[in-house]
Every structure is written in C-alpha cells, then in structure tokens.
Ligand binder design. Structure first.
Ligand SMILES: CC(C)(COP(=O)(O)OP(=O)(O)OC[C@H]1O[C@@H](n2cnc3c(N)ncnc32)[C@H](O)[C@@H]1OP(=O)(O)O)[C@@H](O)C(=O)NCCC(=O)NCCS
Length: 176
C-alpha cells in the first residue's frame, strides 16, 4: 500500500494538482528529461493532464509514485516511484528524476534509498531493478551508490520518442 515517506531532508508524498508548475519546471526541460523513457512535457497543460491522469490510480492503493518535497521549505523538486510492480510482488522497476537546480546535493540518493527500504520492508519485493540508458553515467553512479549491481543481461533497447537506445539493467536484491 502507498504510504508517505519521511527521510532526513525529504518528504515523499502523493503528487497533487498544485505540483504542476514545479513538475513542469523539470519535466519540461529537455536536458533533464533526456534519459527518461517518457517524452519531455511541451506545456504546463500537458503536465496538468498527466497529473490528472494519475489521480484515480492512487485510489487503487497500488500506485507508487511519490512527489519529492524538501522538508525545509515544502518545495517539490522531483518524483520517484515504482512501475511494473508484479502481481506477486516479486520485483518492480524504480524510476527517479530531480529538478536540475537541485542536482548533486544527495537528494536523489536519499530518495532512492528510502524507496528501496519501502520496497523491501513494506511491499516485500524480492528485487528492485532500474533500466538505465548506458550514457546516463550519473544515474548509473547513483544506482551503484545505492548498491545496485549490473545484471548479467545484454544491453537492451529502451525506446524514447520511437527511437531505440541502449539500456542496461541494474538491480538490488532483498537478502532478508
Ligand atoms: C540521476 C539524478 C536523479 C541524480 O540526482 P541527484 O540528486 O543529483 O543525485 P545525488 O546528489 O544523490 O548524486 C548521486 C551521485 O551522482 C553524482 N552526480 C550528481 N549529479 C552530477 C553531475 N551533474 N555531474 C557529475 N556527478 C553528478 C553525485 O556526485 C553522486 O556521486 P558521488 O556521491 O559518488 O559523488 C539526476 O541527475 C536526474 O534527475 N537526472 C535526470 C533524470 C534521470 O536521468 N533519471 C534517471 C533515469 S534512469
């Protein structure tokens, strides 16, 4: 079940319609979204539509997408979550994005580490994986820092704007 997560500096909570402006400031940035599997948002209306589309999903209580908010000032600086959560909850894919003005401050690592804990302890996942474009060295660095290891799998195709780009799978296993 979805729940809010509080870390040292972050408050992870449901995304809400009032987040549209904050979200568009990174989801509409071509550079920041270069390695995301979804297309860059072209307008704030697109972001508003996206947020509207996910609202009913929270009601299922099986939708795991968090807004990343700074505890110190309530600023929404990114999102993170699980997709492809398997019915038997054996494994799920993790995704994350932080606003460009807040990079390299440890927020990405802090958010991902808290999701790993939630995924293993609350969802009882056995494995969490991330599909990362091989050029996305920063995300690979973050994944390794959070103890993800490269899966023994060949590079595979991850489509972006209908074009196939090489991606690698990194994963972390629940050893409990
Ligand atoms: C990947 C991303 C979430 C990292 O967020 P972040 O908050 O900057 O991450 P952290 O501050 O926790 O840093 C993680 C590591 O990456 C390094 N790093 C972060 N930004 C960097 C940059 N611009 N240049 C070089 N290294 C960088 C950090 O130094 C840290 O490594 P270290 O502790 O060994 O020094 C962020 O760059 C982002 O949103 N990128 C665009 C979206 C994306 O690619 N998402 C992942 C899709 S798989």
């Amino acid at each position: 079940m979805f729940k809010e997560i509080v870390t040292e500096r972050l408050h992870l909570r449901k995304i809400k319609s009032l987040d549209a402006e904050s979200m568009f400031s990174y989801a509409g940035n071509k550079e920041t979204t270069k390695y995301m599997a979804w297309p860059t948002h072209n307008s704030i209306e697109e972001t508003q539509e996206y947020i509207k589309s996910i609202m009913p999903l929270y009601k299922t209580k099986k939708y795991y997408d968090w807004a990343i908010e700074l505890k110190e000032n309530g600023k929404m600086i990114g999102t993170c979550g699980f997709v492809n959560v398997q019915a038997n909850k054996e494994f799920a894919e993790i995704g994350y994005i932080i606003h460009q003005d807040y990079h390299k401050k440890g927020y990405g690592t802090e958010a991902v580490q808290s999701l790993i804990e939630f995924g293993f302890k609350t969802l009882r996942l056995k494995k969490i994986y991330a599909r990362i474009y091989k050029e996305n060295k920063i995300s690979i660095r973050l994944a390794k820092k959070c103890k993800f290891t490269l899966e023994v799998q060949p590079e595979h195709c991850l489509a972006k704007d209908h074009i196939c780009f090489g991606a690698l799978s990194y994963s972390i296993k629940n050893l409990e």
